[in-house]
Write a protein that binds this ligand. Sequence first.
Ligand code: SF4
Length: 440
Amino acid sequence: MELLKERQDQIHRTGEEPFALVCNKDSLAGAVSQRACVFCGSRVVLYPIADALHLVHGPIGCAVYTWDIRGALSSGPELHRLSFSTDLQELDVIFGGEKKLTAALLELIERHKPKAAFVYATCIVGIIGDDMEAVCRAVEKETGIPVIPVQSEGFKGNKRAGYTAACNAMGRLIGTGYTADISPYSINILGDFNLAGEIWMIREYFQRMGVEVVANVTGDGRVADIKRAHGAALNVVQCSGSTMDLANLMEKEYGVPSIRVSYFGVEDMAQALYDVAAHFDDPAIMDKAKELVAEELQILLPKLEFYKKGLAGKKAAIYVGGSFKAFSLVKAFRLLDMEVVMVGSQTGTEEEYRELAEITDPGTIIVDDTNPLELTSFLEEKEVDIFVGGVKERPIAYKLGVGFCDHNHERKEALAGFSGMLNFAEEVYRSVMSPVWRFT
Ligand code: SF4
């Protein structure tokens, strides 16, 4: 396979060489990375806060690119689904966009009455140097709601820098709400974005265990909840790439500890509930967690048998945003008796890739921040039956005549939790076994 020389150290084959993989570095210029920019990284994290105004300070294209970018559902307001932009033009680039930003904020806050406003910096704002901090401070004073600049200039790093910018922005809200009425058995759910209603299911599991959920960060999120999130006893962090910075910040400033979990796949979902129960060290909570897992498995496992029979031995490739999700997917495919032959992510860390190398079979390709040409050659080389990815990976699979499962922001199917595992098996089965591939 032809590889760009500069990309060679970001690809590893399990078992074929000692583990060494370079990651978390800027994408190679011209390689057409699958990865999103810093601005997009922060937008995807903050976007599901449904009663906040999200204003993109930049050219219209940045706002359109991220318009309604996640299938993040809300149980109430839906202001997050509108994409506002200051629509910077040539004259603004020459004379500055601060006046336009002030006018846009005042008009939008008056019209939509949000509980807070996030203002996102894009590449051009970083270049012309608008003082977003000063504008936000002035508008906050005038309107009385938090107006928070998100320092997410697209070019200033990779997608992870966008996650950090989003966490810093939320950090300004946290610590400003009332917490005296919060239970000692309480958590915040970090890093679940309520795709297809998943956070409602997860919240229900915790409620069944007798654990109060203070804030969703950020799926179906509310400004008032995030303001009081520091009153929770524990941060439960999924998708650690996107919200771990916030968990660290809360530990440092408010002493709230955190644990990392995943809600994908049977093993990880159960482990997440047990880990939360273990943290509270209360036998009643642990008993309820065990009861819940037993009940759910009793329903799920017999139903999975049908899919396992059809899918046994089929080959899967995974390319997702954060590598923590990849672990769960590897295990979920194993539960279906399938073989994972490639796994990669946009933003994994060296430690995460090392762990992936440990849990995958010899010959599995592990890749950081890849591009369409590499992905195409991996899928062909490994004769993959199904590719799991997001919106940018879908056309690659279809062009090659390979089944595809959307496991990213845009999906409309709940794949988390126990019932999510069944949906996942169903979707993989339908895609892999579809007769359409005979005609490609
Ligand atoms: S911030 Fe920059 S890289 Fe990101 S979408 Fe806008 S112009 Fe493109």
